[in-house]
Structures are given as structure tokens and as C-alpha cells.
Write a protein that binds this ligand. Sequence first.
Ligand code: NDP
Length: 297
Amino acid sequence: MTATRIDGKAFALKLRELVGASALEFAAAAGRKPGLAVVLIGDDPASQVYVGSKGKATLAANMNSFEHRLPDDTNAADLLALIERLNGDDAVDGILVQLPLPAHLDEQSIISSISPDKDVDGFHVINAGRLSVGQSGFVPCTPLGCMMLLTDRLGDLSGLEAVVVGRSNIVGKPMAQLLLDANATVTIAHSRTKDLPAVVKRADIVVAAVGRPNMIGKDWLKDGATVIDVGINRLPPEPGKEKGKLVGDVAFDEASEVAAAITPVPGGVGPMTIAVLLRNTLVAAYRNADLNVPAHL
Ligand code: NDP
């Protein structure tokens, strides 16, 4: 079998176009554009790039982008005051604080200060709680993007065996919750799981969110499995090259011999994250303006 390559890049592009068109409809109904505020503390080069591309994507989706770049030594009180101001600003529908934060700032207390109704990253404990009891809130962008790819590919997930490898609050746990809500039978595996290859081998759906290059090989996979690879790992550079290759947690070429469908890295889950962030921001805008969220979102 040669697996179908699940094209997250193309799916994300379509989602961004849909969100962009819907943002114009929102603006016509509400008399203002949706707005996303992104807060970056410090000068971490990767974070600078992420924030820059989020800003561009936000503008391209017909929304306002408000960037707040603060110095590395920003203290908690100043950051909390900024978030408080953004919480009260009617032009701001979504607030995203770029992680990781410098070590002197406590991530949990900063995230908790964001209004849950503007927490478009879905990291606030209230939104985690809403997801776990089945209330509508905001779901973290990466797992929601994985879920969109899965339902697009498989339709109804009822009764399928799903194994999520990784149990972080931002990927593994919400992913498992979404699969459970879709009536899959879900196992969450992690670094203490015994005989991980045998656990993964049971799965009709494998979601790998570990951060270990090419960990899952073809021997771990059931014939015909659908594989979603969240991992982003940079290999050491080959001689003469400045940067190493980006790979996922799944050995793509060999897994493709066994799986029915698989996301590549790059070009799979990665582009979905930012598209879902824009989608979440537009949903926040509709809710904040007391308008019905269109069903297609
Ligand atoms: P974390 O480091 O927070 O979590 C990793 C998880 O993997 C932990 O639960 C850990 O288990 C588990 N794990 C580690 N080693 C093993 C092992 N040998 N066997 C089984 N499980 C193991 O990572 P994140 O969830 O934040 O991210 C995971 C990956 O996804 C990373 O590569 C990250 O770069 C990528 N990512 C990609 C995104 C995208 O947009 N595509 C967005 C977010 C993340 P334990 O809990 O026991 O320590």
C-alpha cells in the first residue's frame, strides 16, 4: 500500500480563504473588522518569525492585527496590565501571548489573566474545562486542525481505535478529548507507556505529538492506519548545509508503505495551526458582537 498524503497546506489555504470571506461578512454585520492581538515578550528568533507570520496571515484574512512586542525584562505587573487593557478593548476579539515566556514570568498565571472569551489559543483553564465537559469554548488550534484533517479524510470516527502519543496540555490531552467527543475509542500514550509499539499497532488513527524525530516506524503501524504527525523536529545539518532537515515523529517514507493516509512534515499539521487560529478569532468576534456564529465555521 502507498499511503495518501494528507495535504494540510492545501486544506489550511482553503480554510484561510473561507475565514477571510467570512470576516468581510462579519465586518458588514458588526460595523468593524475582527481583531487579533499578539503579545511577544523578548527576542527569541523563532517566536519573532511566528509572530510576524501570524500578523501577516491575520491581515490577509481581512482582520486587524495588533502586535505588542515587549522587552525581555518586562515584569509580570506590566504584562498583566497590558492583558487587562486588551481584555477591555472592544476592537480586540482574540488575545494570544506567544510562548514560551522568559523564565521570570509564570506561564499559567499570565494565561489565566486572558479573558476566556478572548482566549483564541484555548489554553485558559476555563476553556480546557469547557472542552472536557462538552461546552463550547475555544479549542487549542493544533489539535482542532488535526481533527479537521481527520474528519475530512475519514468522515465518521465512531468506534475507531485512536492512539494519541503525547499528553501535553496544548496538543495530546485536547486531541484525545476531541477524538473521544467524536466517539473514537481513545488511548493516550506517553513516555511511561509500556510496549508503545504494540499500543500504537492497535490504532486505526495515530496522532503523534512527541517531539522525537522519526520515532514511529512502519513496524509500529496497523495496515491501513491514518497517521497524523504533529511533531516538528530539526535534524542536525548535513555537511555543507546551514540548517538540518525538518522531520516529524513518524518515519514518513516507511510509514507510507503501511498507512492508508499520512500527513507530511512540513506541509501537514503545521499550516493548520495558524488557519485555525484565524478561525477561532473570527468565532470570538461573532460571539463578542452577540451575533450567531455561521455554521460553516
Ligand atoms: P511536550 O514536550 O509538551 O510533550 C511531549 C509528549 O511526548 C509528553 O507527553 C511526553 O511524555 C511524550 N513523550 C516524550 N518522549 C516519549 C517517548 N519516548 N515515548 C512516548 N512518549 C514520549 O510537546 P508538545 O505536545 O508541545 O509538542 C509535541 C511535538 O509537536 C513537538 O515536536 C512540537 O514541536 C510539535 N508541535 C507542533 C505544532 C504544530 O503546529 N504542528 C504545535 C505544537 C507542537 P511525558 O508526559 O510522559 O513526559
